[in-house]
Design a protein. Sequence first.
Length: 275
Amino acid sequence: MAIITISREMGSGGIPIVHGVAERLGYTLVDRDAILEVAEQYGLSPEDVEKADEKPPAFVEELDKAAALHLHTIELIILDFALKGNIIIYGRGGQDLLRDINSAFRVRITAPFEERVERWAEREWLDPDLAHTLVRKSDQQRAGFIKYYFDRDWDDPLYYDLTINTSRLSEETAVNLICDGVNDPILAERKEAAKLRLSELILQKKIEITLAGEETLEGLHINIQVHGSTAELRGHVHSNAEHQQVVKLVRETPGIDEVLNRLKVIGFKSTPREH
């Protein structure tokens, strides 16, 4: 059950490399197109995917609440693919979503900024100034997405097992490196344990989707961890009624037999107006 995650910068040459790896290994490529193919089965429209896929928040409460629900659902799609194994997750914060899966092979594809701009301008037949703006905005958007949702620096090298600079290495060499790396014996030893953890992450994600989709619950600050059939809840809610509702919804989740409830109730205090 091999899993490869590939993080890429716009113009770094990631697309031909990831397709080369998928073809060589016969793995399923999980990219935007693959997500769109199954989105309807998960209750997502193409518009829902477009609004949430690799996007940082808008900081508009109503928009962000909907985007969070859609993002959780996209992540559930990715986790379901991952459980099947032999997949390549292209972007979408895959290395962070699967940070607990220590059998996953995490790859980063990069190149110098100006070289990426030149490549993108040539590929898309764009004015160089426009290509410069698009590549810069893409970098900022993807970095913001990772920072906001996973609280991590997108460029932190410790989150990747292999970083490939396409300014110095050919596409063929990059494909060879990835295909060799995913078969490393250390990763292979961890594959069985990964299946159980993926099942737990899927169950955890289903709980997050349930809570995010509940209109009566606003501004939740809850951390959910699932181990086996036990869900542990930490964080806080704003009233006893919310507390009871959250615990009830979690207990009713198929696959959950026990709830370790460590939630705190912290009510809002209104500030007296000055006269």
